[in-house]
Design a protein around this ligand. Structure first.
Ligand code: ACO
Length: 329
């Protein structure tokens, strides 16, 4: 008999700022148009945090909602893993701030950096902890305020990004449920395609680094685009085949929300009907690590992902990194 514990999703939550930045707002800030943004990206609006807010505020709210939906109290949580590239501070970890705000007094806490793929990396890690028996309740929270590192003078990036947080509570799954497979990867040769050049040990903050706008995110859009489609398709194929399944078994695909054309290319490649692909990009833009976590929470709350459904969560991002998770909900 197989006594192996399988890790599964006990609850989900998300949190978004209420302030909306629309395409017409951006038309007044840079040389762009609603038509260009909509046709090239699928984005109509995104949410932006207030100046006095930080990543841990939204992350904490998303965690509270995930705990509520699972009926679990903060003091039952063993570990909090926060995937982010916009932590409140370089250190201490944002996860420790969340732990304090939640009152999760028993929980260990740390951050994980894998850009937009961070949610999948964190899910994989948390699942392994649960499967090993070391921990039984882990909050995985993906949270980013990308507006904080977006250059609102650069039209090629500022139209893309938004702020938000999504969380899942992981624990031992019921029989036949839980995470069935993961596929993670990295290709650091593409590190320069998506990068915040300054603020780390290579280019510490100086007056020059600020004047050169090196603390803002930089992206090579076309290189990232080409990589993204290939990475999403092959990671999805690998998680399915490692569980002996194929695309026809998928009930819902939850892709990273970077560009509707990337999502559409993957959808067409897999010949999936639109109802089987979760899309939030029109209203939130690219919220980095949190995009798949928010989309998963919205899918669960809207009844588009139900108990027993087979869900593939797949994304890519800076590093370059990519990842896919196969989940029986
Ligand atoms: N408004 C109007 N015109 C614009 C804008 C804008 N906001 N931005 C760029 N343009 C112009 C360019 O200057 C260019 O003009 P030119 O032909 O006169 O030189 C033209 O539009 C086409 O530019 P491209 O970069 O070729 O446009 P493309 O169709 O590739 O779309 C985009 C750009 C949307 C960035 C696309 O490449 C993309 O989505 N790439 C992937 C992005 C991505 O997935 N990022 C992941 C981030 S994940 C993370 O870790 C944060």
């Amino acid at each position: 008999m197989d006594y192996r514990v399988q890790a599964g999703v006990l609850g989900t939550g998300s949190a978004l700022p209420s302030r909306v930045l629309s395409n017409s707002d951006l038309e007044r800030m840079v040389d762009t148009s609603d038509e260009w943004i909509t046709t090239r990206t699928g984005i109509k609006e995104r949410r932006i945090a207030e100046a006095n807010e930080s990543t841990s505020d939204y992350a904490t709210l998303a965690c509270q909602r995930a705990l509520e939906s699972a009926g679990v109290s903060p003091d039952e949580v063993d570990l909090i893993v926060c995937a982010t590239v916009t932590p409140d501070t370089m250190f201490p970890a944002t996860a420790s701030l969340i732990q304090h705000k939640l009152g999760a007094t028993r929980a260990a806490a740390f951050d994980l950096s894998a850009a937009c793929s961070g949610f999948i990396y964190a899910l994989s890690l948390a699942s392994a902890y649960i499967e090993s028996g070391r921990y039984t309740k882990i909050l995985v929270v993906a949270a980013d305020l990308l507006s904080r590192i977006t250059d609102y003078e650069d039209r090629s990036t500022c139209v893309l990004f938004g702020d938000g947080a999504g969380a899942v509570l992981l624990g031992p799954a019921d029989a036949q449920k839980g995470f069935l497979a993961f596929d993670l990867g990295s290709d650091g040769s593409g590190a320069e395609f998506l990068i915040q050049p300054a603020g780390g040990s290579r280019v510490p903050a100086t007056i020059e680094s600020v004047e050169s706008r090196l603390h803002f995110l930089r992206m090579s859009g076309q290189e990232t685009f080409k990589f993204a489609v290939k990475a999403m398709v092959s990671a999805t194929e690998r998680v399915l085949s490692s569980a002996g399944m194929d695309v026809s078994d998928i009930d819902l695909l939850v892709p990273h929300q970077a560009n509707i054309r990337i999502i559409e290319a993957a959808r067409r490649k897999f010949d999936l009907v639109e109802e089987k692909v979760m899309v939030t990009i029109h209203k939130y833009g690219n919220t980095s690590s949190s995009s798949m976590a928010i989309a998963l929470d919205e899918a669960v709350r809207a009844g588009r992902a139900k108990s027993g459904d087979l869900v593939v969560i797949v994304g890519f991002g800076g590093g370059l990194t990519w990842g896919a998770a196969l989940l029986r909900l």
